[in-house]
Design a protein around this ligand. Structure first.
Ligand code: A3P
Length: 320
């Protein structure tokens, strides 16, 4: 059913890091996704064949689309706005990331097992494309929340993430080249989005945009509340929006991955990687950071994502 191919060309080698390498192309019919070999060895079959429950909540996104933000929103809404637990237990524990054990050499955990064993109702995070999700997701139909973000801001955010989390020390240009050529972890981006856009009207699917959350968080919170069949007062919603604000999340150790980042910083040091500037996972949180951080030529390198005919064919447009 799946084939695992070598990635042609040398770009992929240029974005290899000490933390993540050994990338392969996982293919099925007309779809593919770039993932580490470890994903194939330890996760692929188990995820495809896993048990899925009706009361699961899955967040599915391409990396850097506002996953963490949306996870916190969903967890809070689905847990009676339990601020106390949200602040005392990390998001990673409350809302585990199913394939993280395959992504970074030092994070050698059986994240599949953690997700399988998490008490119901389970909240599960994944960046996997549609064709790699569990088969039972399509018959059991748990709630799935998808978040899309414009590809230029995704690429900028991913560059910073890749430097600070994965230890990448190459240039922005090389990184954008790899992103635009679908030779980076989780690529290709447009296929990821379009597959979920096509099922956005299914009753168990909620399709959100990062840009809408930025422009009117309350409206998106209300949408998610309705989707989860919950009901909270105006005051409670306002309090939740405050908790989800950029400033609040940036300073909240339960969601800002500071522990993981300091572990990775140490590891970069031990591997002789030159020190780079400070980084917060909740980094800039803006629409349009590509305009500040990319040159005109770099920005143009990503135009093909926006002009891709498959978007028009299904009536999808990125928001800027
Ligand atoms: P930037 O790097 O552009 O700042 P993910 O969780 O999918 O990895 O996405 C991370 C991106 O979401 C980062 O984007 C991060 O700053 C942004 N983000 C996280 N929490 C946010 C919030 N409360 N408000 C706005 N943006 C947020």
């Amino acid at each position: 059913m799946f084939t695992v191919d070598k990635i042609e060309g040398d770009l992929i080698k240029k974005v290899d890091t000490v933390i993540t390498n050994d990338y392969v192309k996982v293919c099925a019919r007309d779809k593919f996704c770039i993932l580490p070999q470890k994903f194939v060895d330890k996760f692929l079959t188990r995820i495809k064949q896993m048990e899925v429950y009706e009361d699961d909540i899955w967040i599915v996104t391409f990396i850097k689309c506002g996953t963490t933000w949306t996870q916190e929103m969903l967890w809070m809404l689905n847990n009676n706005l339990d601020f106390e637990t949200a602040l005392s237990k990390t998001l990673a524990e409350r809302f585990p990331f199913i394939e993280i054990g395959a992504l970074m050499a030092p994070v050698d955990v059986d994240s599949f097992e953690m997700c399988s064993k998490t008490p119901r109702p389970r909240h599960i995070k994944t960046h996997l494309p549609m064709f790699l999700l569990p088969d039972k997701i399509w018959s059991v139909k748990p709630k799935i929340v998808y978040v899309a973000r414009n590809p230029k801001d995704v690429a900028v955010s991913y560059f910073h993430h890749y430097r600070h989390m994965h230890g990448y020390r190459g240039t922005m240009e090389t990184f954008l080249n790899a992103f635009a050529s679908n030779q980076i972890l989780y690529a290709p981006y447009n296929d990821h989005v379009v597959d979920f856009w096509k099922i956005r009207n299914e009753p168990n699917v909620l399709f959100l945009f990062y840009e809408d959350m930025k422009r009117n968080l309350k409206l998106e919170v209300l949408k998610a509340m309705k989707f989860l069949n919950k009901n909270y007062s105006e005051d409670e919603i306002n309090k939740l929006c405050q908790h989800l604000s950029f400033e609040s999340m940036k300073n909240n150790p339960s969601v800002n991955f500071e522990d993981l980042l300091s572990m990775l910083r140490e590891l970069h040091k031990t591997n002789g990687l030159p020190h780079i500037d400070a980084f917060n996972f909740i980094r800039k949180g803006q629409i349009g950071s590509h305009k500040e951080e990319l040159t005109e030529n770099e920005s143009k390198m990503l135009n093909a994502f926006v002009d891709d005919p498959q978007l028009k064919e299904c009536g999808f447009e990125y928001k800027f």
